[in-house]
Design a protein around this ligand. Sequence first.
Ligand code: PEP
Ligand code: MN
Length: 264
Amino acid sequence: MIQKTMDLSLGKVKIQVGNKMISEEPIFFAGPCSVEDIDTMRKIAKELKELGVDVLRGGAFKPRTSPYDFQGLKEEGLEILKAIKQEFQMIISTEILDVRDLEKAKDVVDIIQIGSRNMYNYVLLEEAGKLGKPIILKRGFSATVNEWVSAAEYILNVGNDQVILCERGIRTFETTTRNTLDLNSVAYLKKNSRLPVIVDPSHGTGVRDLVKPMALAGVMAGADGLLIETHIDPDKASSDGHQTIDIKTLSEIMKNTNDIWGLR
Ligand code: PEP
Ligand code: MN
């Protein structure tokens, strides 16, 4: 079967996010790992909007390794995202873990995130794809590039080509960092796929101090944008605080990204 994502003769897929066309300008997805309480989300959204972040991200449903860890605010988290969307007029992205939640989320979420653990959940990919909204498809942490691109095909095959691939690191023998951010995949996909690619250096490293260098390395590898866990007070984040950056660091990353964008 011809892989539509790889058939460059069909031309690059165009995805509009707000007033930006992906690949023409860098696109920034930022926000906390988990949706926080409404007051904290307001403070975060205000700062991110002022910085020019394109999409506010935050997980209402959290796929945690341990069932005893915080699982997200769930429906209440969606309500908070809805309120923030209305108040700040921001584009919202959140992860959907279960087909049963698509209906609840569909009026709030502008860009659906399919997480690393669900990359192989083909029923979820198809059902999410049918909503016709853009989808961030994170790379499974043990998936080859070919398996990842094949997963994207499931979404394309239901008639939705608005798929943004997100490299978020893979599991290797190396345990110094949480994952190994595979920037080869980014350079490769930019040359060989029709789909845009963004980089998540937060899960890719798991280490706050490594987020900025690896974000910028991702941009130099060809990423169309960045997805970065950001919080007004990273140490107080409900999850993944150790890899979450503050607003000042995000603003440096955005400035440096804009500076190096044309050098590639
Ligand atoms: C996330 O972006 O919050 C997340 C859970 O990411 P991943 O699926 O890449 O682990
Ligand atoms: Mn996280």
